[in-house]
Design a protein around this ligand. Structure first.
Ligand SMILES: Cc1cc2nc3c(=O)[nH]c(=O)nc-3n(C[C@H](O)[C@H](O)[C@H](O)COP(=O)(O)OP(=O)(O)OC[C@H]3O[C@@H](n4cnc5c(N)ncnc54)[C@H](O)[C@@H]3O)c2cc1C
Ligand SMILES: NC(=O)c1ccc[n+]([C@@H]2O[C@H](COP(=O)([O-])OP(=O)(O)OC[C@H]3O[C@@H](n4cnc5c(N)ncnc54)[C@H](OP(=O)(O)O)[C@@H]3O)[C@@H](O)[C@H]2O)c1
Length: 297
């Protein structure tokens, strides 16, 4: 669950104005093309609005339980495309997008997803208006290889995330914490401002209680006038001089370490190049390496 975020209070958003469309979404019986009923298969169990541009949604499949998944995997969420007069009647076409699952697989009722609205995007502006109880589509099977499957136990796992790219690491932390899965886990999370750090309180609490976990938030747009005791800039600041040693308690070396990068593709390209220069090797199916990434776009 979203533990103790000071920014996580729910605030109402504008709802669809048409009573017909609202009722139709709630019952899952909205007609989009002649003869086509939308085969919704899930609903929003809970929603939190940490800020104007991010949401945490809990999506509960109608099946009553989520599918088994590995922390780090994603689920596709969908919304019907507008009716196409040229499409065969009875066929619903979906706008589908992938979302990393933030919950632990032990949380069986719903997938917890952390979303940022992309202005002008096809799906996120729609997902942002969903209320608790609203219908949605989600894939039956979580997918993806951005997991600890190819990371041997006992490593130093170093995670670099931007924005909502923190989600897979939250799932890993919730699932593997206290199991000895890693020797050490250092999470470096870059966000624009303090109110984007939705999982900040949870991550701080775990790091304070568990000596194997280090948490390093980095803010790029927090006003200078605000008292922010942490690092400023991009996640790359921890790769400069002794900053990593200070943040993590040990130097960043390739041996015995796996680096996982998630989120903004420009961050991934840049951090990847810097880590390769330090001896990290990209993980490939037939050539195991210690550098893994998940690009969000
Ligand atoms: C494996 C995977 C996991 C993902 N997990 C998450 C997640 O946990 N949370 C999340 O919010 N998103 C996640 N994404 C991104 C998500 O799938 C969508 O791309 C995003 O929500 C935008 O969808 P849209 O339909 O609103 O925008 P679109 O209409 O698809 O996109 C418009 C344009 O915006 C750009 N764009 C896409 N995503 C972003 C972004 N986050 N920030 C800035 N620009 C962007 C793209 O260049 C795109 O061309 C993930 C993507 C992948 C591939
Ligand atoms: N967060 C907001 O205030 C806000 C408001 C409205 C809409 N949105 C929209 O929400 C979506 C996602 O926003 P987001 O803030 O979650 O994610 P984001 O734009 O990917 O930014 C997350 C963090 O990554 C940083 N970053 C950007 N480029 C980088 C690079 N090359 N290397 C390392 N770090 C880099 C950002 O710094 P910079 O500050 O330098 O970009 C920021 O600190 C976007 O479409 C955005 O337009 C966000």
């Amino acid at each position: 669950m979203l533990a103790g975020s000071p920014h996580a209070a729910s605030r109402p958003l504008p709802r669809p104005t048409s009573a017909r469309s609202r009722d139709a979404r709630r019952t899952g019986r909205l007609i989009v093309t002649a003869g086509a009923e939308i085969p919704w298969n899930a609903r929003v169990l809970r929603r939190q609005d940490p800020s104007d541009h991010v949401r945490v949604l809990w999506i509960a499949p109608d099946a009553g339980t989520v599918q088994t998944f590995e922390p780090g995997q994603f689920i596709q969420v969908g919304w019907p495309k507008p009716p196409d007069p040229d499409a065969p009647p009875g066929r619903v076409r979906w706008i589908k997008r992938s979302y990393s699952i933030a919950s632990s697989p032990a949380q069986r009722m719903a997938y917890e997803l952390f979303l940022a609205v992309v202005p002008g995007g096809l799906l996120t502006p729609r997902l942002f208006h969903l209320a608790e109880g609203d219908r949605v589509w989600c894939d039956d099977v979580p997918k993806g290889h951005f997991t600890l499957e190819r990371v041997p136990p006992g490593q130093h796992v170093v995670a670099f995330a931007t924005g909502t790219g923190i989600a897979p690491f939250v799932s890993m932390l919730r699932h593997y914490r206290g199991t000895g899965r890693w020797r050490k886990l250092t999470i470096v999370w870059g966000s624009r401002a303090g109110n984007d750090l939705v999982y900040d309180a949870e991550l701080r609490a775990v790091a304070a209680a568990d000596p194997t976990v280090r948490y390093v938030p980095v803010l790029s747009r927090e006003p200078e006038s605000n008292a922010w005791p942490g690092l400023r800039g991009h996640v790359q600041v921890v790769l400069e001089e002794s900053a990593f040693t200070q943040a993590s308690g040990e130097p960043l070396v390739s041996a015995g370490t796996h680096a996982l990068l998630c989120g903004n593709p420009a961050m991934i390209e840049d951090v990847r190049a810097r880590l390769e220069a330090r001896g990290f090797l990209l993980d490939k199916i037939r050539e195991p390496g210690n550098l893994h990434f998940e690009r969000y776009w």
